[in-house]
Ligand binder design. Structure first.
Ligand code: ZN
Length: 207
């Protein structure tokens, strides 16, 4: 049986080697491979990932760049630190998903349900989160330069210390959001009632 070079540090298999497949050139499985070679993802990739989420299995170290996972249901999944850059997660169910430090650079999350998701310290540069439901989500210290949050629901969200420089928040709902030290320099705020947030954002770029 193929054994991947990755050793789980979390979850029920902590301390054991990963046994997912198929094997890639560098001795890792397709999910953990560092190689740049083209990956032929299994046809039922979304189903496999949904099954892991349902069973509470870890996604630790997964590198899922550019995968197509529209409408996937990963409710409550622990996706901390994983690489989903360029991935299409439009209309996905990501309620209460743990995405701390996840790389979502240039990811497509249009219309995704991310209520109460933890996106603290995540990388959202250039990501499309238009019409995303981020009610009560944490974007604490998120690196979200140029993020698209048009018409997103950010009510009661925690944006403390997040960098939304040059982001587009036109029509977004910021009612009760925490904007302490949130950087909104050159951000588009048409139709946004910032006064309904519970703290004032940093619009000038001063520290
Ligand atoms: Zn692996």
């Amino acid at each position: 049986m193929f054994v991947c070079r990755h050793v789980w540090t979390t979850g029920p298999d902590a301390g054991k080697r990963c046994t997912l497949g198929p094997r890639m050139e560098d001795g890792f499985c397709i999910f953990h491979s560092q190689a740049d070679e083209d990956r032929h993802w299994p046809d039922d990739l979304a189903g496999q990932l949904e099954e892991r989420a349902r069973r509470g299995l870890p996604f630790e170290g997964f590198r899922l760049q550019d995968v197509k996972l529209r409408r996937i249901n990963l409710t409550g999944a622990d996706l901390a630190g994983i690489d989903l850059s360029g991935a299409d997660l439009s209309l996905a169910q990501l309620v209460k998903a743990k995405l701390q430090k996840a790389d979502l650079t240039n990811a497509f999350l249009f219309g995704a349900n991310m209520q109460e998701a933890d996106l603290s310290r995540s990388f959202l540069l250039g990501a499309d989160l238009a019409e995303c439901d981020l009610f009560g989500a944490s974007l604490k210290s998120a690196d979200a330069f140029g993020v698209d949050l048009r018409r997103a629901n950010l009510s009661v969200a925690d944006l403390t210390g997040a960098d939304l420089t040059e982001g587009n928040l036109a029509g977004a709902n910021l009612n009760g959001a925490n904007l302490q030290n949130t950087k909104l320099v050159d951000a588009h705020l048409e139709g946004v009632d910032v006064s309904r947030a519970n703290s004032a954002p940093n619009l000038a770029g001063d520290e």
